[in-house]
Design a protein around this ligand. Structure first.
Ligand code: C2E
Ligand code: CA
Ligand code: CA
Ligand code: CA
Length: 281
């Protein structure tokens, strides 16, 4: 029995080592990804649930690895966050997204407030001079602060609440909108909504996907929408995949959403075509 135990231990040990080596290799490759131009952005429409028109895009980073092909952000963003690589990657994403939005605004007659929404991780927000750097990117790309929205998760708010609150106030004063991502997951504390200048709640996909199947999910969505309305915030429902989900959200007067029902995240060319259908050139 002892020998069997030892053998099992060695098998575990080897697979652990393989995993560590694979992770280290991925980190090494990710370090070079920006310079090698292996990263690019996809854009997913955020739509008005009232008339199904596009009101903005969420920028989502993609990594085309030279050997391994497309690697999901769900796999490499956590590594980037742990290693600090998210800082240079995040600045690249922000700069690229702002530039693209500015180009679209110059190309199309967007007669409505139209926004680019960019995900921002905790290590990015705790950099010194982060406010200045955001302003600098807006100036360099020529994008109006009112066209930029940043998506933060609760983990960002938990790390340095005072410093982050001050920074969020500064960004809000400039006209940048702030969205709380994955709302309802994690350690949601409603006190956040009072302490931080949050403009938008992004209702997590896990509630949206069960909205027609489970009474509790429907109630949570309903309560969130009412809470947001009372606090003068907007709600964006994530991950709408079916007409039934859309109908239920509309029934609850949810105003905005995104999801495969409308469009998957698409490359900049396809996103430009969606804009061409909606706006005059
Ligand atoms: P997220 O911020 O919650 O982004 C939404 C994710 O849901 C995206 O996955 C999107 O493709 C996916 N999605 C959208 N609609 C649907 C739908 O109807 N059904 C389903 N099943 N999924 C849908 P993606 O692009 O793989 O990104 C995963 C996560 O990686 C993001 O989750 C975000 O946390 C992170 N991420 C992506 N890009 C960036 C970035 O530039 N910076 C940072 N910090 N994180 C990023
Ligand atoms: Ca997001
Ligand atoms: Ca989510
Ligand atoms: Ca997220």
């Amino acid at each position: 029995a002892k020998a069997g135990g030892k053998a099992r231990y060695e098998v575990f040990d080897t697979s652990m080592r393989d995993r560590v080596v694979a992770l280290f290799q991925l980190e090494t490759d990710l370090r070079r990804a920006i310079d090698n131009q292996e990263l690019h952005l996809h854009y997913q429409p955020i739509v008005s649930l009232v008339n199904q028109k596009i009101v903005g895009f969420e920028a989502l980073v993609r990594w085309q690895h030279p050997q391994r092909g497309a690697i999901s952000p769900a796999e490499f963003i956590p590594i980037a966050e742990e290693t600090g690589l998210i800082v240079p990657i995040g600045w690249w994403v922000l700069q690229q997204a702002c530039l693209q939005m500015q180009l679209w605004q110059a190309q199309f007659a967007m007669n409505v407030p139209f926004k680019i929404s960019v995900n921002f991780s905790a290590p990015q927000f705790t950099q010194p001079q982060v406010g200045k750097q955001i302003i600098q990117i807006l100036q360099a790309t020529g994008l109006d602060a009112k066209s930029l929205q940043l998506e933060l998760t609760e983990s960002v708010l938990m790390e340095h609440p005072e410093a982050i609150a001050a920074l969020m106030e500064e960004l809000n004063a400039l006209g940048v909108s702030l969205a709380l991502d994955d709302f309802g997951t994690g350690y949601s504390s409603l006190s956040y909504l009072q302490r931080f200048p949050i403009n938008i709640l992004k209702l997590d996909r896990s509630f949206v996907c069960r909205i027609g199947k489970c009474y509790q999910s429907w109630e949570i969505v309903r309560a969130t929408i009412m809470l947001a309305r009372a606090l003068d915030m907007e709600v964006v429902a994530e991950g709408i995949e079916t007409l039934e989900q859309l109908a239920r959200l509309r029934g609850l007067k949810c105003k905005f959403g995104q999801g495969y029902y409308f469009s998957q995240p698409v490359d900049s060319t396809a996103a430009g075509e969606l804009l061409a259908q909606q706006f005059d050139r």
